[in-house]
Design a protein around this ligand. Structure first.
Ligand SMILES: O=c1ccn([C@@H]2O[C@H](COP(=O)(O)OP(=O)(O)O[C@H]3O[C@H](CO)[C@@H](O)[C@H](O)[C@H]3O)[C@@H](O)[C@H]2O)c(=O)[nH]1
Ligand SMILES: [Mn+2]
Length: 712
């Protein structure tokens, strides 16, 4: 077989290692100085010491990402051609959970983009899991199945690259055939939107043969219902308008009962895994979130460059594509592109045992989900695509494996399938696979293979982050703690890197300390750091600049732009004092049994006011959430201290010498918080900071300075 891929070590790996030695020396010097002056410690300087210790620990954990990053290329054109019947069957899994938060008219576009892959349709199946068990979603997919008959041949005939109809028709003038297609798609959207708006499916809208299905629905609630599976397209039977077979399209809503834990997305994926095993049993799987459509019809072939490589096959569990986002605003104000994860950290892991699984845009070898590589030979693969999916016996079996009962007393979610026990089931599953000895690959082609939507209001973004934080802690403090277990089972560096992710939110501690205590000390004229005239000052300068500098260079080298880097680092601070801090609290509360963690879906609904402000690059606060009060308080504290500090510095140059670092810390926070001040004091639109939050923040600031007098 031809060589289908190549890789090389990132040219900066050597520089990273050099930097590691210098920076380690500087950290040791800093900690040494802390210890030397500890006898003079005040509360503030003690906290700063602990903050620095945390930063040093996190820094150490993250060095694994920089040790051996690699860059890959693949050559899909060298794969055996489609007509050679060499391509393995592929099952695509798409998850959706709520027709209001995840509008079905977009979800169907995701499914259509996958159905339209340049892949032999007799070997392609798209499975949709609907955790909302919504007749609205089922209706939408029935509509999508009809539209697919036109859309798929249209894409193939015209070699369309964007095969999500929603993405294709957005901002595009369409004439001729494309225009006709648009009319059809708009019709679908209108019908779907109308049904969603009404909240139920009017039986006049469906064929008499379909009526029965929707009548059945009237007996369900979405939390308490049997499993429901509907074959909407079957490749052996259904054809598109050009006479070619359509890929399989299967709707599944697994059984839900209030008394059975359903394990959120991981539970849905496991049900899909079993249902697809009964129906088509493809050896290759693709997981997609409903908010992330395929943007390149050739990406399965790209993944197969690895999944078919005989050298990799024995240990290769998955090929992960980065999450990429469309419609970000110019500054990407909420740091939605997550450039540190994609590609920086992923490349770093790829140089070890492979990138972590991020839930969507990931091609799996099915057998990796059934046990460690050594046991996987026992996995029995038999393509079932020839049997009739709509036959009584197949459907009966499929409903059976999608029932709650089926998992009782089995290893699902623990030894096999997608893993339970963390709200970041993707992270946890990938981690466990790496610990079992599986490898993975990070595939990052120039044309994004998948494109999704990132949150468009600050609140949504922080709520999402808060869920991740909680899920990551669940892994960090599980019996599979990466530092203890991962370092032994996967490798030292893999374990450290996974730990770095799992303790993601620990930043909240040093960030909060640095955002409060130098400011407090500045307010009360207490110097905390070395003077500018002191040689130790250069140590601080080096530590700050080298760390920020390295982050900047990495960001830019990974294809970033300066203004987005600025937003990215700002969001790091904002998350530190909001979602990370509250996520930490959530975790503690869940541990003491005061709350039970749930999966808050990220809203994908299109709110016009939110969109308008987002497109203008304005932060959307809008809700009076406690998340914002802490941030608002920190913003005002810094502003107060900064103004006071400037006044003092103008009065005496000695004060400037002594307080320079503190003044700089305040100035840094203040510069970052400009949008917050704007939202508090200068804006009148709907996205402004609610007045109650501003008032509470002012009150907390006054309290802080009063109480702080005693501890500064
Ligand atoms: O009970 C549930 C909850 C969620 N989902 C689906 O899970 C996906 C991800 O949910 P979303 O609200 O979009 O969460 P995000 O935070 O945007 O998702 C990121 O984080 C998740 C883990 O928290 C990963 O599963 C995702 O792949 C990753 O993109 C969506 O398709 C949902 O429909 C379910 O199927 N069942
Ligand atoms: Mn999402």
């Amino acid at each position: 077989m031809a060589v289908l891929h190549s890789h090389h070590i990132h040219p900066r790996a050597m520089l990273n290692r050099l930097h590691f030695f210098f920076y380690s020396a500087a950290i040791i010097a800093l900690l040494h100085r802390h210890i030397a002056v500890i006898s003079l410690a005040t509360m503030s300087s003690l906290l700063l010491f602990l903050a620095d210790l945390t930063l040093a620990f996190m820094w150490l954990l993250s060095q694994g990402f920089r040790w051996r990053p690699i860059l890959r290329r693949e050559f899909p054109h060298l794969l055996p051609q489609e007509t050679d019947h060499h391509l393995p069957p592929l099952d695509v899994f798409i998850c959706t959970a709520d027709p209001i938060k995840e509008p079905p008219e977009s979800v169907v576009s995701t499914a259509l983009s996958a159905m339209a892959f340049d892949y032999p349709s007799d070997r392609l199946s798209v499975y949709v899991s609907d955790d909302g068990c919504s007749d609205l979603t089922l209706f939408s997919f029935m509509e999508a199945a009809k539209f697919a008959r036109y859309w798929l041949p249209f894409c193939k005939k015209n070699s369309v690259m964007e095969r999500s109809p929603e993405a294709f028709f957005e901002n595009r003038n369409t004439v001729g055939e494309a225009g006709e297609m648009k009319v059809l798609f708009e019709g679908l959207r209108e019908r779907v939107k109308a049904v969603v708006k009404r909240g139920y499916v009017d039986l006049n809208l469906v064929d008499s043969s379909e009526e029965e299905i929707f009548l059945k629905w009237k007996k369900f609630t979405h939390r308490d219902h049997p499993s429901h599976i509907q074959v909407l397209c079957e490749s052996t039977k259904d054809r598109d308008i050009a006479g070619h077979p359509l890929p399989n399209l299967i709707y599944m809503s697994r059984e839900k009962r209030p008394a059975s834990p359903h394990h959120f997305k991981a539970g849905a994926l496991n049900a899909l895994l079993r249902v697809s095993e009964v129906m088509t049993n493809a050896p290759v799987l693709l997981t997609l979130d409903c908010d992330m459509h395929a943007n390149d019809p050739g990406s399965p072939q790209r993944a197969l460059c690895y999944l078919l490589d005989p050298d990799l096959v024995p240990n290769l569990a998955f090929v992960q594509f980065p999450q990429k986002y469309q419609r970000l605003n110019a500054d990407d104000i909420y740091g939605g592109e997550l450039r540190w994860i994609f590609p920086i950290a992923s490349r770093g892991l790829d140089g070890q045992h492979g990138a972590n699984f991020v839930g969507t845009g990931c091609f799996f070898s099915r057998r990796s989900l059934y046990g460690p590589p050594s046991a996987a030979t026992a996995f029995y693969y038999e393509s079932k695509s020839r049997s009739f999916l709509r036959s009584e016996s197949v459907l009966q079996k499929a409903h059976d494996v999608a029932s709650c009962r089926y998992e009782h007393g089995q290893d699902w979610g623990y030894q096999i399938g997608f893993r339970y026990g963390s709200l970041v089931e993707d992270f946890y599953t990938g981690y466990q696979l790496h610990c079992e000895g599986w490898r993975s690959v990070f595939c990052n082609p120039d044309r994004p293979a998948f494109l999704g939507a990132a949150p468009r209001s600050l609140y949504d973004s922080l709520v999402q982050n808060r869920r991740w934080v909680l899920g990551l802690y669940e892994v960090a403090f599980s019996s599979y703690c990466p530092l203890l277990y991962g370092t032994r089972k996967a490798s030292l560096i893999m374990g450290l890197c996974y730990m770095r992710y799992a303790l993601w939110a620990v930043w909240c501690f040093p960030i909060t300390v640095y955002a409060l205590f130098p400011q407090l000390a500045l307010f009360y004229d207490k110097p905390l750091f070395a003077k500018v005239s002191d040689p130790w000052f250069f140590l601080y300068a080096y530590l700050f600049l080298a760390s920020y500098g390295q982050d900047f260079i990495e960001f830019m080298e990974a294809g970033g732009v300066i203004r987005r880097w600025w937003s990215d680092q700002r969001m790091w601070l904002i998350r530190g004092i909001t979602s990370s801090a509250f996520g930490t609290l959530d975790f503690i509360l869940s541990k003491i049994g005061a709350s039970s963690p749930g999966f808050n879906l990220t809203s994908k609904a299109n709110d016009e006011e939110v969109n308008t402000l987002y497109d203008k690059g304005k932060f959307f606060f809008g809700t009076s959430s406690p998340l914002f009060i802490f941030m608002g308080t920190i913003a005002i504290i810094n502003l107060t201290s900064f103004i006071l500090g400037i006044v003092k510095a103008l009065r005496s140059i000695g004060a400037l010498d002594e307080m320079f670092i503190q003044l700089l810390s305040c100035g840094f926070v203040v510069t970052n918080m400009v949008p917050v001040y704007e939202a508090m004091f200068f804006r009148n639109d709907i996205g402004r900071m609610p007045r109650s939050v501003t008032n509470a923040s002012i009150l907390f600031t006054i309290t802080f300075f009063c109480v702080g007098r005693m501890i500064s």
